[in-house]
Design a protein around this ligand. Structure first.
Ligand SMILES: Nc1nc2c(ncn2[C@@H]2O[C@H](COP(=O)(O)OP(=O)(O)OP(=O)(O)O)[C@@H](O)[C@H]2O)c(=O)[nH]1
Length: 274
């Protein structure tokens, strides 16, 4: 069995930086992993690219030849990938053996993990090829500075979780840019009633029923457990390897990205989803 992480999240949330930091980290600790570029618009990489969608199709070519804009062009490229799962992807995957670990750096277009089925079919193909797959959803920590942004970030993450049906880890990126980490901690362990009261204060009265439903959703599905991560600094928010933990799923089989005192939380997130 092979292992794979699908690294997803909004544009600019830090997916490529995460892949590159993860690659460096693995090199440092003597583990082997391969980063795959799934973004047909990507131009430069800070990691060695093991497989590259641009060998199959590139955004520049599609825009030039079909006269499409960047967003339509990207969707076209991803649909082209979907059509070539049995050919191109299968041939590429044949280069990897049992126990290999692949990390897929995905494009940030929200359509890909909201309603367009390309990534879902991609995941199913990986599963057929005997890969154990999980999703790593990156969200910019700026989302955690305000209740309305927080709800919006949770909903975006939830739509990816529902669409992909994978073990799902939420990671808060760019923690070094957060000046007051205490504000973030309130969102990491949210009190439903406090959130509801804040939301009601921000929104017009006609939204109060909707606010209640949203907070209940957030609370009941434990979907807002975000693991803070600072890719830039050696701090308590940084990477560390945790090979001695019980190996529940592919994600934990390799390493654990957690806040030092939240190892159990990380396990809990994954187990809760199942
Ligand atoms: N300060 C800080 N900047 C970061 C961090 N992670 C990423 N960045 C910066 O955020 C910008 C976007 O990062 P990327 O890794 O390219 O984000 P992405 O999600 O791959 O972007 P797209 O591929 O366009 O969707 C870059 O300028 C990074 O240097 C972080 O932890 N801290």
């Amino acid at each position: 069995m092979g292992y794979a992480q699908l690294v997803i999240g909004p544009a600019g949330s830090g997916k490529s930086t995460y892949c590159s930091s993860l690659h460096q980290h693995c090199e440092t600790v003597g583990r082997t992993m391969h980063v795959v570029n799934l973004d047909p618009a990507a131009e430069r990489f800070d990691y060695p690219v093991a497989m590259d969608i641009r060998e199959l199709v590139s955004l520049d070519d599609v825009m030039e030849e079909l006269g499409l804009g960047p967003n339509g062009g990207l969707l076209y490229c991803m649909e082209h990938l979907e059509e070539n799962l049995d050919d191109w992807l299968t041939e590429e995957l044949d280069n990897y053996m049992d126990d290999d670990y692949l990390v897929f750096d995905c494009p940030g277009q929200i359509e890909l993990f909201s309603h367009v089925p390309v990534l879902k079919n991609f995941v199913e193909h990986l599963r057929r090829k005997n890969f154990n797959v999980c999703a790593v959803y990156l969200l910019d920590s700026q989302f955690m500075t305000d209740i309305t942004k927080f709800i919006s970030g949770c909903m975006a993450s939830l739509s990816a979780m529902v669409q992909l049906e994978l073990p799902h880890i939420n990671i808060l990126s760019k923690m070094d840019l957060v000046t007051n980490k205490k504000d973030i901690e309130d969102f990491l362990n949210p009190e439903p009633l406090v959130l509801l009261s804040e939301l009601n204060q921000r929104m017009a009265p006609q939204f109060s029923k909707l606010n209640k439903a949203l907070i209940e959703l957030v609370d009941e599905y434990n979907m807002v457990s975000f693991v803070p991560l600072d890719l830039r600094k050696e701090s308590r928010y940084s990477f560390f390897l945790c090979t001695h933990l019980p190996m529940y799923f592919c994600f934990l089989d390799f390493f654990c990205l957690v806040w030092f005192d939240k190892i159990i939380l990380c396990n809990t997130i994954i187990l809760d989803i199942f």
